[in-house]
Design a protein around this ligand. Structure first.
Ligand code: TMP
Ligand code: ASP
Length: 234
């Protein structure tokens, strides 16, 4: 597959065209940002780890009937993906209170939710990815009623699959963020699933093994990413 012009550069990834107009290449960088990119840094080999973890999780989901943009891993930092038009919604599912929900509702981190909580954020840096509800999403016409129903159902299914998977790896899946995109009339799971986009806590010690180590200057950032990969593959 011939790599062509870069079409997009985000905070953590670059996307390139290929000689097939339906396929793109997604390249994972080591760059890390937080708080609307006001905090910037590098997490050594994050791109390699996130490419591998995303590959494993996309394959797991595909094996359970969840369609994703993933086609195949190409090399250490790159995967071949289906070309999608990203729906500008960040779909967050929470199993345990942390981060944004703890702040929004002044709830202590660590409360286990009886039912998972789904949140939508409008993906718009200038507006700081505001929390919105489904009426806002439809009013902005960024997604249809039907697509939104599908996205919500899919997100809960993905949560069930991932929660069970990580449970076996002795990790609590605290929360995570998903993005979906349109490809040939279908809505596919897109973007990545990695310690950048999920919170993982060790089941016993509750040690944070995700990007919160970078956001909160906890140290041991690289080791945490490597540990998640080791648990997933081990
Ligand atoms: P939050 O608690 O800060 O809203 O984050 C919820 C989840 O979403 C957490 O697992 C981290 C992930 N996330 C992203 O992937 N991108 C983002 O820009 C933010 C703010 C969170
Ligand atoms: N990556 C996001 C940013 O740069 C936020 C985050 O993941 O905390 O703002």
């Amino acid at each position: 597959m011939e790599k062509r012009k870069q079409v997009y550069e985000g905070k953590a990834k670059k996307v390139y065209k290929t000689d097939d107009q339906d396929l793109f290449i997604q390249e994972f960088k080591d760059d890390a940002t937080a708080f609307d990119a006001t905090k910037r840094g590098t997490i050594v080999n994050k791109g390699v780890v996130n490419n591998r973890i995303s590959e494993i999780l996309f394959e797991l989901l595909e094996s359970k009937g969840i369609e994703t943009h993933f086609v195949k891993k190409l090399d250490e930092r790159q995967m071949l993906i289906k070309r999608v038009e990203i729906i500008p919604l960040e779909v967050t599912i929470r199993n345990i209170v942390a981060g944004g929900m703890a702040k929004l509702l002044a709830m202590p981190e660590g409360i286990v939710l009886e039912e998972p909580v789904l949140e939508y954020h409008y993906k718009k840096d200038e507006l700081h990815d505001p929390l919105i509800n489904e009426y806002h999403a439809k009013a902005m016409k960024i997604v249809t009623d039907e697509e939104l129903d599908f996205i919500a159902k899919r997100s809960f299914e993905i949560n069930n699959i991932l929660k069970a998977f990580f449970d076996h790896k002795n990790l609590d899946l605290v929360d995570f963020k998903l993005e979906f995109g349109r490809h040939k009339g279908k809505v596919l799971l897109a973007d990545e699933i990695s310690p950048d986009t999920c919170r993982f806590w060790d089941k016993k010690t509750k040690k944070k093994l995700d990007k919160d180590r970078f956001r909160r200057d906890l140290g041991g950032v690289e080791d945490a990413y490597q540990e998640v990969l080791k648990r997933i593959t081990g």
